[in-house]
Design a protein around this ligand. Sequence first.
Ligand SMILES: Nc1ncnc2c1ncn2[C@@H]1O[C@H](COP(=O)(O)OP(=O)(O)OP(=O)(O)O)[C@@H](O)[C@H]1O
Ligand SMILES: [Mg+2]
Length: 340
Amino acid sequence: MRIDLLSRNPQVTPEQMLEGFKPTARFGAVSFDNYHPNGDYPSQAQTRDTLREFTSNPPQPVKRLFRKPKPVEGLGFYLDGGFGVGKTHLLAASWHAFDGKKAFLSYQELLYTIGMLGMHRAIAAFQGYDLLCIDEFELDDPGNTHMTSTFLGQLMPLGTHVITTSNTQPEHLGQGRFNAEDFKRQIQAIAEHFAVLSIDGPDYRQRGAGVGKPLRKSDLTALEAQAGTHVRLTASELNLHLTRVHPARFSRMLEGIEMVLLDDLVCMSDQNIALRFVHFIDKVYDLNLNFAASGEALEQLFPATYRYGAYAKKYSRCLSRLTEMLSISAKTLDQLSSVG
Ligand SMILES: Nc1ncnc2c1ncn2[C@@H]1O[C@H](COP(=O)(O)OP(=O)(O)OP(=O)(O)O)[C@@H](O)[C@H]1O
Ligand SMILES: [Mg+2]
């Protein structure tokens, strides 16, 4: 059944947001056991072991006679590494292994929640959580930096542990995006909450994936004929729609959809639109939806100034994810044509 994505612009209450903070489908069943460290990169096994040890034996509040236990300051782990090295896998594995009150959310979702509730209520909402797993930590502007430093500065001393992933080393946060020098103290204060666990290695997604490239329109039609609940629209229609829906609501917008078919990918020459598209692809990927697209080659989607600019990592990651999803669809098509 084809669904009209353009008619979906869901509103999400703070309570619904909080309830939904769990690993998405792609990471619904990952664990430390099904993470296979690459022996050439010892940092992979080391990071896994550190997180396994922490989640199985986190510091506990100090018991006191006749008084409430005294919380120990929350620990912080910052998983830093290139794309596709398994950071989110390890983050979700930590969430699954940890016994306690816990939330798994993207940094975007955290900011959106703080924005929606206000700082005071957001801290109250997360106080009492034993663990926050925050995926894709980034500092894009001074406002975010201030919000993040206040939030972590107030929450972690009350005993909430935080594990986060990022493609940027903490000391380089914000660089090239805003005048990070002016916010050095705050960025430093954020970094001080975390022990950095760097993960090296190649992009796991590119293993045997081949080069993903857009398919033909007729291929999309063949996939559509087999698809369950799906959406099909042009990339331009999608991009216009995305300007009206906050990225933190993309998940809900895609609820119940199994496949996304996009026609006519074209170069996105507006950075705001390009970044929204990147977030959309992130969600499609995290939700483990099937995805296919027709149109221009992947290298043409984002102007070189974007691909090598301040958000270079976001674009590279998006291209890595598109490559993987498109090559899976190409394989599905091969299977369909060999059956037919
Ligand atoms: N060592 C590994 N063993 C098993 N699966 C892995 C391993 N590394 C990555 N994967 C799988 O490869 C895919 C990509 O990994 P993941 O999304 O965790 O990478 P990432 O470092 O978070 O990348 P990004 O920077 O793009 O967010 C996931 O499906 C993940 O489960
Ligand atoms: Mg990730």
